[in-house]
Design a protein around this ligand. Sequence first.
Ligand SMILES: NC(=O)c1ccc[n+]([C@@H]2O[C@H](COP(=O)([O-])OP(=O)(O)OC[C@H]3O[C@@H](n4cnc5c(N)ncnc54)[C@H](OP(=O)(O)O)[C@@H]3O)[C@@H](O)[C@H]2O)c1
Length: 382
Amino acid sequence: MSGLLIGGSGLIGGYLLHYFKTKTPEIDVRAPNSKKLSLRELDDIISYFKRHKPDFVVNTAITAIRSDALLSYEVNYLGSINLARAALALNIPYIHISSAATMPPGDNLTEEDHLDLDASLSNYAKSKLMTEMTLKHMHKEYGLQYTLIRMAIVYGAHDHKIQGINRLLFNIIDRAMPFMLTKKKGVLHSYSNASKVPYFIHHILKNREEFSGQHYHFVDPEPVELAKLILTIKAYMNLKTPREIYIPYPVAKAGNNFMNWVIKVFNRLGYRAHMPAEMIFLENFYKTQTLSCEKLKNSSFIDPNPRATVFTELPSLIEYYTARWEHLNLFSSFSRQDFNLAHARKKMLTRAEERAAIFMDSPAKLLDAIHNDGIAPLKEIL
Ligand SMILES: NC(=O)c1ccc[n+]([C@@H]2O[C@H](COP(=O)([O-])OP(=O)(O)OC[C@H]3O[C@@H](n4cnc5c(N)ncnc54)[C@H](OP(=O)(O)O)[C@@H]3O)[C@@H](O)[C@H]2O)c1
């Protein structure tokens, strides 16, 4: 069996690629990058399908959340629909990842709930919602075998962008959130564990009848209170901020508008700055949005790790992302010395870390060391 995965370099696509590479020898998944197969190019899709004739397609691709109307329309909507048309031509399953951005705020929302399609929606929400609608229509009209997986706030390692929960983490750790941008109680959200998605998709592929033509919410059973999550991160990192002063939404919105204005002025003066993309979702920090997972629970899928939640994964996510963002020199205020060592794993420096320290202080010494033992031909290849 061979599959086509679009978006394999992304957060969710990365988990899928790793899963199919390591756990399913019987399934060969190819994940051409967007230079080889761009969803914006119909010809790319046609020639790939002609040449490789995959047995299934998984689409986890998406353009950057702040993209303009044309790019959002071409990648998120038209590209997804063209992929589905190709899958239809070969009569193979098409699995599409969608988002809770297609839904209004609310409690225990079902798979049937969605926003009204309206010009005022953000480019991201509009393109994702239109895709949901057209896929449903293609199933009804042409019998497209598709499964749509709606994700809420996704957590997982190896995300190359700083967005969603990672933006929250980054801002708290870098002390860029002096006060609480939410309500003290009662603002709940659903969370999706990226590492479990491949198990679900593999299960869908093995049980096509049950899952074809269906939409599923793929979220942890228990929603999480935003204030509690923020305070847990703060406590884990032993930070003083954000202080427990809860900024009301109208004030936060006014502050946001003011910052947008300041940034515009700075941009005119030649400085490049922009607001984090998720500030378009500021309202969501103050409104509950929880997705029902009843349909998923009642399906034949069995959660591979029911005890994993955003709280159980938080320590490893914090360790992973602080190291990553430090390596990339992204922090302006965070310093590892301030990080409460009682929480940190006391571990010996690895050889690589030791060398990174020498790289900073004595590069000539490192050069000598590498020349002495690290540049001979790689015999393993022969
Ligand atoms: N992350 C979240 O918090 C979240 C929450 C809810 C729903 N979702 C949904 O989950 C899905 C995956 O999100 P993600 O966070 O994993 O995305 P991501 O990390 O931003 O990755 C995006 C992927 O899309 C590919 N891509 C971009 N433009 C393309 C084009 N023109 N043609 C082909 N591929 C293109 C990129 O490939 P290249 O690198 O090769 O360009 C990249 O692999 C999306 O449908 C998103 O709506 C995500």
